[in-house]
Design a protein around this ligand. Structure first.
Ligand SMILES: [Zn+2]
Length: 274
């Protein structure tokens, strides 16, 4: 599933090509992808709208349009947005096609069909529940060791479960949570409330570092992820624990283990992470 670095990479790719383009035609081939409004309104009313800018909040992409409205897209498991200056061959996984007035095209492809698209006035964005209850962005001043200390003290779950919770911090998923906990040398099953000040500071640094490095690498491609131009990410070569179970820890040589925490496959070094 695309996490913050992948969605941010897609945002940056779209920001280079979409602003100024005017939608001339919308073709919805799988109606389940459109959550709001109705498909008939979506296809009838979007043509004529011009793209202003591309935003991101957590794992949500936001395509702002010229009439104070916004297309909000969540890629979930396998959603992809591919932009092309000329039409591409489509297949059964192409669910929505946005054609622009200069014949360039934005494709929404989604093998698992969990991805969602909303179109609504900016002032009604709060109606998207998952978006409305998002916690702070990891790179915002609001997210800091002080915030972590205040929130973690009240939590009764594992630190991994808290980091995966989008209401605590927006944009983290399974890959970057495992990587951040490894860098901070914190065991994923630790009770969130048991972290010391020093550990929270280390975890805060690790989260920001791992996300920034992954953005610099244009994200992680494990299977499906591609950016807006169809290119792979590069961070998979720099993963230290994620999907490395049985391989030697890059710090101490001990085999990386895989367990289930918060319902998710979790990779960690039993020797380095306490
Ligand atoms: Zn180790």
């Amino acid at each position: 599933m695309p996490e913050l670095p992948e969605v941010e990479t897609i945002r940056r790719g779209l920001e280079k090509v979409l602003p100024g383009r005017k939608i001339s035609k919308v073709d919805v081939r799988y109606s389940g992808s459109i959550k709001m409004p109705t498909v008939s309104k979506f296809t009838a009313k979007l043509p004529g709208r011009r793209v202003i800018k591309i935003g991101r909040r957590g794992k949500y992409l936001q395509i702002f349009l010229d009439n104070e409205s916004v297309l909000v897209i969540h890629l979930r498991m396998t959603g992809k947005l591919i932009f092309s200056f000329t039409p591409l061959t489509i297949d059964k996984h192409t669910h929505v096609i946005f054609t622009f007035s200069d014949h360039s095209v934005l494709y929404f492809n989604d093998i698992r069909k969990f991805g969602t698209i909303y179109w609504l006035p900016i002032k009604r964005m709060y109606e998207i529940k998952g978006l409305a209850c998002l916690g702070p962005e990891p790179f915002s001043p609001e997210f800091c060791p002080g915030y972590m200390a205040e929130k973690l003290a009240k939590k009764k779950t594992t630190i991994k479960a808290v980091l995966l919770n989008q209401e605590f911090v927006a944009g983290l998923g399974n890959i970057y949570v495992d990587e951040a906990l490894f860098r901070a040398q914190i065991h994923p099953q630790r009770a969130a409330a048991s972290l010391t000040q020093k550990e929270m500071a280390a975890l805060y640094r690790a989260i920001c570092e791992v996300l920034q490095e992954a953005i610099n690498c244009r994200g992680t491609t494990m299977s499906d992820y591609r950016d807006a131009t169809g290119a792979y990410g590069g961070f998979q070569q720099l993963l230290r624990v994620y999907r490395r179970s049985g391989k030697a820890c890059l710090v101490c040589g001990y085999p990386i283990e895989r367990i289930i925490v918060a319902g998710r496959g979790t990779h960690y070094c039993p020797n380095c992470q306490k």
